[in-house]
Design a binder for this molecule. Structure first.
Ligand code: ASP
Ligand code: MG
Length: 441
């Protein structure tokens, strides 16, 4: 079994005994534990790289936190070993931090190198904690993923990674093997990272390469919820999700997962369980669509619709491409876009920040290809569930939306999601009403 523990749940030393209990309770013969940096460490390292005159202070406070935890649970040779490993890593990190402070410049490669210490130190700590709680554990702080050198969003090279993982796992007979998530190493020995939140993705990938039956993602919440409980009354944990649904929910941000978290499942029979350390309840992600349920609602509040209007675009090859390439050149991500068959308008949905950049770019086309650009404050409200493939269920959802000023409608992967772009003043209400349908039918 593969278990991911890390990040925000690693907030104080007491959590470590709970992790040990959890692992012992799983009853599987061997567990590969993928871990990420302690709570806030990645953010602090990133902030330190921005405020470079303070970076050494940042590093020393991170090191102190690891040591303080270690003092709480380890002693004897177990303490000695982890202490040495942590000191060695922090010496290295201090040296890099100093040079960054002096040179006052950061490159993508150095950024990933610095971030890698968060995960590596966390592996040492977790391994030491598990041993102190009587678990036969072995920690491998160095990356198990071999990647290309696309720093900060590196792509995993499958064959060498699978090989390396299997070598690591078979080189020990300990019951638990702790490895870092999120970080990789290139063939040239450079540290890389696979994108924020990448340790969940690492865990599913490891699960696939090791032919595991189940991957457990231990998070702050007991499972994926039907919606944000702070916003939607009666939000609850979803008990089962198909792969497509999980992918859509993750991308829509019902829970912030790395976008590729569920991707490895498409090439395996892996099951993923999202759960909490102590609270009961979980979400099981497995298989493809098999029920007609609706699973969750997500909302993006700060969207803007840019309606590009012109009679010159109709029937003209390349007009959409011309507009879209402005978005690309402005480095703007499109949340959604649409065009009626009359081809008189193209609606681009972007977040508020991007909207300023994009409008500026589109000015260059005004008077030529396009006549004007109107901007409307909007929300993107999405519903996810295999039930949307059923006409009756879809009709019900559309029925709810008909009470609102809908600007556009689009469907997601295998039609298991639908996104309504509505005027912002109505977004929250529509999302709440749809959430009611999801929860109460
Ligand atoms: N530590 C990394 C991050 O904060 C990876 C992870 O938590 O999954 O993004
Ligand atoms: Mg995390």
């Amino acid at each position: 079994m593969v278990v991911k523990v890390g990040g925000s749940i690693l907030s104080d030393y007491e959590v470590y005994s709970k992790i040990a209990e959890k692992l012992s309770s799983l009853g599987s013969e061997r567990e590969v534990v993928v871990t990420s940096a302690l709570k806030n460490v990645t953010n602090e390292l990133l902030a330190g790289m921005e405020r470079r005159d303070h970076i050494t202070e940042t590093v020393s406070s991170i090191y102190d936190r690891h040591l303080a935890f270690l003092y709480k649970f380890a002693d004897g040779t177990n303490f000695e070993k982890a202490f040495q490993q942590l000191s060695k890593l922090s010496d290295e990190l201090f040296r890099v931090a100093w040079s960054v402070r002096v040179i006052d410049e950061i490159t993508p490669r150095v950024r990933d190198y610095i971030l890698s210490f968060g995960e590596r130190m966390s592996v040492v700590l977790l391994d030491a904690a598990l041993r102190s709680y009587g678990i036969r554990s072995n920690g491998y702080p160095e990356p198990v993923m071999i990647t290309d050198e696309n720093f900060s969003e590196a792509n995993v090279l499958e064959e060498p990674t699978s090989k390396r993982l299997n070598t690591v796992v078979h080189s020990t007979d300990s019951n638990v093997i702790v490895v870092p998530g999120f970080i990789g190493i290139s063939n040239n020995g450079k540290f890389t990272t696979v994108g924020r939140g990448g340790s969940d993705y690492t865990a599913t990938l490891v699960g696939r390469f090791l032919n595991a039956e189940e991957v457990r993602l231990v998070t702050e919440v007991p499972g994926i919820m039907t919606g944000d409980p702070k916003r939607f009354h009666g939000a609850k944990t979803i008990s089962r999700l198909s792969l497509e649904e999980a992918l859509e929910l993750a991308l829509l941000g019902v829970k912030r997962f790395h976008p590729r978290t569920f991707e490895p499942m498409f090439q395996s029979t892996l099951r993923v369980r999202v759960e909490n350390l102590t609270e009961p309840g979980y979400t099981l992600v497995e298989g493809t669509c098999s029920d007609l349920g609706l699973k969750g609602v997500a909302i993006i509040d700060d969207a803007k619709v840019l309606s590009v209007e012109s009679t010159r675009m109709a029937g003209k090859v390349g007009s959409a491409a011309a507009i879209m390439s402005e978005a690309r050149d402005a480095q703007v991500n499109l949340i959604s876009f649409s065009q009626p068959a009359s081809e008189t308008t193209i609606q681009l949905v972007v977040n508020s920040e991007s909207s300023v950049k994009l409008r500026e770019r589109l000015k260059s086309l005004e008077g030529k290809l396009i006549k004007s650009v109107q901007e409307t404050d909007a929300s993107a409200v999405s519903v996810v569930g295999c039930g949307l493939r059923n006409r009756e269920v879809f009709k019900k959802v559309l029925g709810v939306s008909s009470g609102y000023e809908v600007i556009s409608v689009s469907r997601g992967l295998n039609r298991v999601s639908v996104t309504f772009i509505v005027e912002r003043s109505q977004g929250e209400q529509l999302a709440k009403e749809l959430h009611g349908v999801v929860v109460n039918g």
